[in-house]
Write a protein that binds this ligand. Structure first.
Ligand SMILES: C[S@@+](CC[C@H](N)C(=O)[O-])C[C@H]1O[C@@H](n2cnc3c(N)ncnc32)[C@H](O)[C@@H]1O
Length: 257
């Protein structure tokens, strides 16, 4: 899938001031990764797609790492810098960073590579990782936003309305091909609950998680279609008194040879 990078950078910069209020799930995912960092790890840590820096702040607490944080959205870096001013920040695409080969002892990336070309992102991780480096990565799988996918289907709209999320098997194969070892993948569905359609849609927007596939049918989101789409959720709300939104959370742990 072709991704519009400038659009991703813009939508996340726009979401930078609201992201923290909507990111409880992402923070929980970051905690899973942080807790899995091996006790003995130290040295250079790179956070790919650092966002507003909640994970960075937690990672800094151990005092064991020299940290470099990367994000494509200048607005996100600005917010992160306020939380962790002592850190080295680089505003760039994580698929091709200016970091040297074999730079990092730990590569950390929470809820970011779903916006990337997975093969390029994993290739870059392999390039910047030192031998025996630990990778701790989370992303979202294909069942993410299944309720939204179903709502579009229900009104007979099969166009590319939402982001296409990668199958975790693909990530596993890419890591195997690059000789990563001790690959462990965990998958867990988590649901966020909303009490209005506006809250649900605002929740997605505040996370910057609108569709960024450049082949989406831009402009086709006519008023009538959108009204039908909303009506599906309004009906569900009447029926169940709440709305669920699924996140197919993927956690990946591996080590370079
Ligand atoms: C959902 S946020 C997660 C942020 C942070 N890791 C956290 O746990 O709170 C995804 C982040 O990835 C960044 N991002 C998306 N595509 C990127 C790319 N190609 N290169 C670098 N950063 C990217 C976005 O700008 C955004 O800050």
């Amino acid at each position: 899938m072709k991704l519009a990078k400038d659009q991703i950078a813009r939508q996340f910069s726009r979401a930078a001031t609201t992201y923290d209020t909507a990111a409880q799930l992402q923070n929980e995912m970051a905690s899973v990764l942080i807790d899995a960092i091996p006790e003995h790890s130290q040295g250079t840590l790179v956070d790919l797609g650092c966002g507003t820096g909640w994970p960075l702040k937690q990672l800094a607490k151990s005092g064991k790492f020299e940290m470099t944080a990367i994000d494509i959205a200048p607005g996100m870096i600005e917010m992160a810098r306020q939380k962790a001013p002592q850190m080295n920040f680089i505003c760039c695409d994580l698929e091709s960073t200016p970091l040297p080969d074999a730079f990092a002892n730990v590569i950390f990336s929470n809820a970011a590579i779903q916006w990337c070309d997975t093969a390029k992102a994993i290739g870059e991780i392999a390039r910047i990782a030192k031998p025996n480096a630990n990778l701790l990565l989370s992303t979202f799988g294909p069942a993410t936003f299944v309720e939204i996918q179903n709502a579009w289907k229900e009104i007979g709209d099969s166009s590319d309305r939402i982001h296409q999320f990668e199958n975790p098997k693909t990530i596993e194969h890419l890591l195997e091909d690059l000789n990563f070892e001790a690959i462990t993948i965990k998958r867990e569905n988590r649901q966020l609950i909303y009490h209005s359609v506006d809250d649900l849609l605002r929740g997605i927007r505040n996370l910057g998680a609108t569709n960024a596939s450049s082949n989406r049918s831009a402009g086709l989101l006519g008023k009538e279609r959108y009204r039908q789409f909303r009506a599906v959720f309004e009906n569900r709300l009447t029926q169940f008194n709440q709305l669920e939104l699924t996140f197919d959370c993927i956690f990946v742990f591996a080590r370079t040879a």
